[in-house]
Design a protein around this ligand. Structure first.
Ligand SMILES: Cc1cc2nc3c(=O)[nH]c(=O)nc-3n(C[C@H](O)[C@H](O)[C@H](O)COP(=O)(O)OP(=O)(O)OC[C@H]3O[C@@H](n4cnc5c(N)ncnc54)[C@H](O)[C@@H]3O)c2cc1C
Length: 327
């Protein structure tokens, strides 16, 4: 039996879990992925390394700025660049060191995290949550924080016939996401993209190119290309070779060097198109079920962090109220 089960080890799940664990609560975090981070995604391919999900973080809210300052002071993050060439805003953009996934790894630290555990459904059973995993195992939890992208959370709840009010159902159904096809490409030599290694092309098909070597992520020349939502929607189910060739053709004039080898990653849920008015959604209390993630507090790393943080605050307040009553 678990007191608090957090489903999803992205930034929302991890920021909540850290806050709860720091207060002394027993938390188990489960994620279907091989490692923590979710859309804070980094990997190696042959000799090169890539950030292929979130590229940087911005910080406006003091609570997230405080976390970013911690990361900077312990060497987990650094300022990457400010503003964009040709644009008037001058916001700071930080990156993880050595890569974006490290931000998640640092929060996961001493937490009890189990990866490669996919939740199939959650079912309310005699004042407890029964949690069924894809591998056939079952655990019971007093409280659940559900942080996958909302359509995936809805599937998990639907399969267990979780009751939602009409208002909750309507709000959740609105929270749809754009897809994004990411290309991870090893280059024959250094690209012509200048320092700090970013290119925001004026294109309907390509949204973003980053040079992982100039960013400091990769020791060998490599780039990450993010296709636009429109291109990604049109080509989402296409063969990787085909879609990759199209993305190379669209980008070659900006790279100035040939692509040696590439891999394609498909983000079905990349960034939320709409964001809910609340920072999290309390589905029910005793046993508690809360939904959190970037669809609630902003479609960014900062939003995900704040959503998880706010959900944890509410859980803590709830526990403290109940403890006070039982004295
Ligand atoms: C291509 C791309 C580029 C981006 N660029 C930026 C950027 O530059 N700056 C920025 O601020 N933001 C950016 N973002 C957005 C940012 O990455 C997200 O807002 C943030 O990481 C979301 O965190 P989260 O915890 O809400 O969700 P996620 O990171 O998606 O975490 C949810 C977790 O739930 C797990 N999960 C799902 N289903 C199950 C299940 N059934 N059982 C168990 N676990 C499950 C997943 O494996 C995942 O780890 C980008 C996103 C993408 C995809």
């Amino acid at each position: 039996m678990v007191d608090i089960l957090v489903i999803g080890a992205g930034l929302a799940g991890l920021s909540a879990s850290r806050k709860l664990a720091d207060k002394g609560y027993q938390v188990l975090v489960v994620d279907k992925g091989k490692s923590v981070g979710g859309r804070l995604a980094s990997r190696s391919l042959e000799s090169a390394s890539f950030d292929y999900g979130a590229q940087f973080m911005t910080a406006k809210d003091p609570r997230f700025l405080n976390q970013v300052n911690h990361w900077v002071s312990d060497g987990t993050a650094e300022l990457w660049f400010r503003g964009y060439p040709g644009r008037s805003e001058n916001y700071k953009r930080w990156r993880g060191i050595p890569d974006m996934r490290e931000l998640a790894r640092s929060l996961a630290g001493a937490l009890n995290v189990k990866t490669a555990r996919q939740v199939l459904r959650i079912t309310l059973q005699q004042r407890l949550w029964r949690v069924d995993f894809k591998d056939g195992s079952v655990i019971y939890a007093n409280n659940i924080l559900l942080t996958p992208p909302v359509p995936q959370s809805l599937e998990i709840m639907d399969r267990g016939n979780t009751k939602l009010s009409q208002d909750q159902w309507f709000r959740l159904k609105q929270l749809t996401y754009d897809p994004c096809i990411a290309m991870l490409a090893l280059l024959e030599g250094p690209s012509k993209i200048t320092s700090p290694g970013i290119l925001v092309p004026n294109s309907d098909d390509i949204d973003w190119i980053s040079d992982n070597m100039k960013k400091g992520v990769s020791l060998t020349p490599s780039i990450t290309i993010h296709a636009s939502a429109d291109f990604s929607r049109r080509h989402f189910n296409e063969d990787s070779d085909e879609v990759g060739k199209k993305m190379i053709e669209l980008s070659k004039s900006w790279l100035g060097v040939a692509v040696k080898h590439f891999a394609i990653h498909r983000w079905r849920y990349s960034k939320p198109k709409y964001v809910d008015a609340e920072r999290f959604m309390l589905i029910q209390n005793n046993p508690t079920l809360i939904l959190a993630g970037d669809a609630f507090a902003g479609p960014r790393v900062e939003g995900a962090f704040l959503s998880g943080y706010s959900a944890a605050e509410v859980l803590i307040a709830h526990f403290e109220k109940h403890q006070a009553k039982s004295y």
